[in-house]
Ligand binder design. Structure first.
Ligand code: ADP
Ligand code: MG
Length: 363
């Protein structure tokens, strides 16, 4: 049985529908990450699970029980916010113990819970400090510790790292990944707009867009087999390039004649009736290669960004669309202004018709 079950969950504020028809099953111990553009409803969905926001349609079950009208404290969930909201006049120990004291738990039980959380979070030597004597990353760990002591079935995180500077964000991200390993039975749901966090932490990513779920899957599944153009361009950086064209050969290998003059081959299979169909092909910047022969795209290099391990080449397209970007391994300076032809291995060429990947059309 799923730990969390969302069936047709919806949220509207008056006449404004923010989310609708959210169907999602989450198994015990999973690490689920919600990603999506700003304002797409990530926090709203998390807050509905927490009970901080009323569900206006559908059903939320946790551990087999309908939770729609159950108050937050009785749902077995604990939430960690972007702002740590620690009590400034209380030590780390007292901050972590506070909720249990309020709940009237015996002192021995509280001490054991705090000691356990401190051990998991490596806060043992900071228990007598005040929050002002801690770094941002340590404060966020205390906030997580406050959630751990309550022994929740489900942990909810809303962009917990976005107030930290880059180096601390990386370190704390790794700690959160380890947290999940130390607490394998606790389900985690984590909201972020940071792709790297999503790709590295998630057992499954839920991509939210346009008020619904665009795709749910393991990180590399979304990267390798995006269901639609939105997911294709949302996951991966720089974003996947799209080229408009028409199917000119069908079968186990599909040939696409591109509007800009190039030709692409794809291992995405097509049927005879697809001949002539308008499609967009998608190729990730890292899958483009410079070729001497037939290619997907030929253009002059406008900008070169040498990052050391990789070089980004930018091409301006005639159609005034987004520029084409190629990411080549290693250092390639002196390419600026040069005309280059780009190609890709057929198994790296995605094909979208009406915005949806042809890989999924029967699924
Ligand atoms: P995200 O976390 O993905 O950035 P939110 O869940 O915070 O997005 O918000 C989703 C949408 O709901 C936004 O368009 C926001 O303006 C709207 N919204 C959030 N809270 C309210 C509210 N109390 N009243 C009206 N609209 C709201
Ligand atoms: Mg938010």
């Amino acid at each position: 049985m799923a730990e969390l079950n969302l069936t047709g969950v919806a949220k509207s504020y008056g006449a404004v529908d923010v989310l609708s028809d959210i169907d999602l099953e989450i198994e015990k111990g999973e690490f689920i990450v919600f990603v999506g553009p700003s304002g797409c409803g990530k926090s709203t969905l998390l807050r509905m699970i927490a009970g901080l926001e009323k569900i206006t349609g559908g059903t939320l079950e946790i551990d087999g029980e309908v939770m729609n009208d159950v108050p937050p404290a009785q749902r077995g969930v604990a939430m960690v916010f972007q702002t740590y909201a620690l009590y400034p006049h209380m030590t780390v120990r007292d901050n972590m113990a506070f909720a249990l004291k309020i709940a009237g738990k015996p002192a021995a039980e509280i001490d054991a819970a705090v000691a356990n959380a401190a051990r998991i979070l490596q806060l043992d030597s900071y228990l007598d400090r005040l929050p002002k004597a801690l770094s941002g990353g340590q404060r966020q760990r205390v906030a997580i510790g406050r959630a751990i002591v309550r022994d929740p079935k489900v942990f909810l995180f809303d962009e917990p790292l976005s107030n930290l500077d880059a180096a601390l964000r990386v370190a704390t991200r790794i700690e959160i990944a380890q947290l999940n390993e130390k607490m394998p039975d606790t389900t985690m749901i984590y909201v972020t707009h940071d792709q790297v966090e999503a790709m590295t932490l998630a057992s499954r990513i839920v991509v939210l867009a346009g008020g619904g779920i665009a795709q749910v899957g393991a990180p590399l599944e979304l990267y390798e087999r995006p269901r639609n153009e939105f997911v294709a361009q949302f996951i991966g950086s720089p974003a996947m390039n799209l080229f408009a064209g028409e199917i000119a050969g069908t079968g186990a290998e599909t040939v696409i004649r591109l509007d800009a003059g190039g030709v692409a081959r794809s291992t995405v299979p097509t049927r005879p009736e697809d001949e002539g169909r308008r499609v967009n092909i998608g190729v990730r910047p890292e899958d483009l290669e410079v070729t001497g022969g037939e290619g997907i795209y030929t253009g002059a290099v406008e900008i070169v960004e040498a990052l050391g391990e990789v070089t980004l080449l930018y091409f301006e397209t005639d159609c005034g669309e987004a520029s084409v970007i190629a990411k080549l391994p290693g250092i390639h300076t002196g390419q600026r202004g040069r005309s280059v032809t780009l190609t890709a291995a057929p198994d790296k060429v995605h094909v979208f018709a009406d915005g949806v990947s042809l890989l999924y059309r029967d699924a």
